[in-house]
Design a binder for this molecule. Sequence first.
Ligand code: ADP
Ligand code: MG
Length: 259
Amino acid sequence: MPIQNVPTIIAVANQKGGVGKTTTAVNLSCALALLGKAVLIIDSDPQGNASSGVGIRPGKTERHLYQTLCGETPADEVIRDTEVTNLSIIPATIDLVAAELELINENLRERFLKNTIQSLTGSFDFIFIDCPPSLGLLTVNALTAAHAVLIPMQCEYFAMEGLAQLINTIRSVKKSYNPDLFIAGLLLTMFDTRNKLSHQVSSEISHHFGDQVFNTIIPRNVRLSECPSHGQTIMQYDQKSTGAAAYTALANEFLHRQR
Ligand code: ADP
Ligand code: MG
């Protein structure tokens, strides 16, 4: 038997929509894969944006996360390769909405994703879970399964609003289900260097959270917003863009912080 890597599992979470969760899950995963790490993305958002972002648009009959959460299909069988070497994904479809409703009455309903991950036999260095924009059962499952949470935050006026609620949820998951859960870092996204507000928001967040904030800041970059519609990560779509450079820098900082 080959020696298996024990994967580091990261939930990318923030109950606000449009803050850069999916963009970060996809492009940080891809940057790590290009650095030679074996990475699995688990798309845990019924909208399936991470899946389409890596070029997979699963139809109803194809393999996806819901089938394994509900016990229909072994977890290994719902993994799909992507065009990027070392990067795989468990895709999501709108069926996941049903999972949230069906699991609510189950015993140990917060542990379904953890069980799924534990049953994987493949060897991964990192697993990134792209969470939906809510603090519902899918996000609680992700926080229960993960070692750490990465919190993307958009540099806008209401960035801090809702953060207390997210931190409370993390705290209660930690207390009830996952005592070792920690914050991998807060990531400032969609930063606009010409906008005074971006600078104000970023210094306010740094003031509150100190070195929990990644030094790498993701700039607003139109190439980052274009690549999902081509089913490509930023490294595939435009390797020379500031977005690609930022996510590569983030991957290096992320690896450095792991040590
Ligand atoms: P979430 O998953 O938190 O809802 P997304 O990652 O889908 O957020 O980002 C929301 C929108 O903003 C998407 O259209 C995405 O392409 C775009 N976007 C994300 N990050 C950036 C960025 N740094 N620069 C420009 N557009 C971005
Ligand atoms: Mg998303």
